[in-house]
Design a protein. Structure first.
Length: 290
């Protein structure tokens, strides 16, 4: 994957602040109480990913105000990580803007927020322990870029294109929001039992994987995406499948608790999107077999 020197998106909001986390795009506010960083934070991130638990109390054991970051003015590219994210975001804007235009619709570009440790969102507190996520309430993607290192060192997936896949997956959720799928799915989940709601969530996540691959196929020539890059994405999809994470963390697999899909499902829906290139083929809600 060749991304350096390409156009960057202006829709990146850098809240990482200074100090140990690096970056200069934000300022830290409201700090009180003890916190966890470094290796401890990485371990908590894995706990949150594997077990799906809220570890907020552990991130702020003092019970006081948590550390947040606020923007300090117009964003600028501060480091290679931010440049990478901004290039990938720009590529998703180009691809989805064209796809929407071809169907007579306008693609509203989301904002991607980079942060360190914890920050605020319209969906509540954003924290490293929950991993990257999309908030439909403010159409923002929240990403603590330390997740990329954890993904490579602890979860068995890594590389530039694997990181791009993670970003493109969250963009897939924004696409779902734009076309109404995400709102409909959330409304369905609110009326269901936990197991039924989880099954809907799996379809939402697998569709986002497929949409990520739609982007990868459309951008493959510009970014020189090759077979090795696709293998990176597939390895990452396998590493973050519900069955793989549960087997690693609990030693037992509980299908009714799946929310993102198995490793095999995530790989298969990614490849379906990449081989097809047609968003209509990503309709996981109509599929009899996931």
């Amino acid at each position: 994957m060749r991304w350096r020197g390409r156009r960057t998106s202006s829709n990146v909001e850098d809240r990482r602040g200074g100090g140990a986390f690096g970056g200069r795009g934000g300022r830290r506010v409201g700090v009180r109480g003890a916190g966890i960083g470094g290796a401890g934070l990485v371990i908590l991130l894995l706990v949150g990913l594997v077990f799906g638990v809220d570890v907020t109390p552990l991130l702020d054991p003092g019970g006081g105000t948590v550390t947040t970051e606020a923007p300090s003015g117009p964003n600028r590219i501060d480091d290679e990580t931010e440049e990478f994210v901004a290039v990938v975001l720009a590529e998703t804007e180009e691809v989805w803007g064209q796809i929407f235009a071809e169907s007579g619709a306008e693609y509203v570009e989301p904002t991607l927020v980079l942060y360190s440790g914890v920050t605020s969102s319209a969906c509540g507190t954003a924290q490293s322990a929950v991993g990257p996520f999309y908030c439909p309430a403010d159409q923002r993607i929240f990403l603590d870029t330390d997740f990329f290192r954890v993904m490579e060192e602890r979860l068995g997936g890594g590389g530039d294109f694997a990181a791009a896949y993670v970003i493109a997956h969250e963009i897939g959720h924004h696409v779902q929001q734009e076309i109404g799928t995400l709102g409909e799915a959330n409304a369905m989940r609110a009326r269901m039992s936990e197991a039924e709601a989880n099954a809907v969530s799996v379809r939402v996540e697998l569709q986002a994987d497929c949409y990520a691959a739609i982007w990868a196929r459309a951008a493959r020539e510009r970014l020189a995406i090759g077979r090795d890059d696709i293998e990176e994405a597939l390895a990452t999809a396998a590493a973050i499948g519900d069955d793989a994470l549960q087997r690693q963390g609990r030693g037992v697999v509980v299908p009714d608790s799946f929310t993102h899909g198995t490793s095999e499902q995530r790989q298969r829906w990614f490849m379906r999107g990449f081989e097809s290139g047609d968003p209509a083929d990503c309709d996981t809600f109509a599929a009899e077999r996931l």
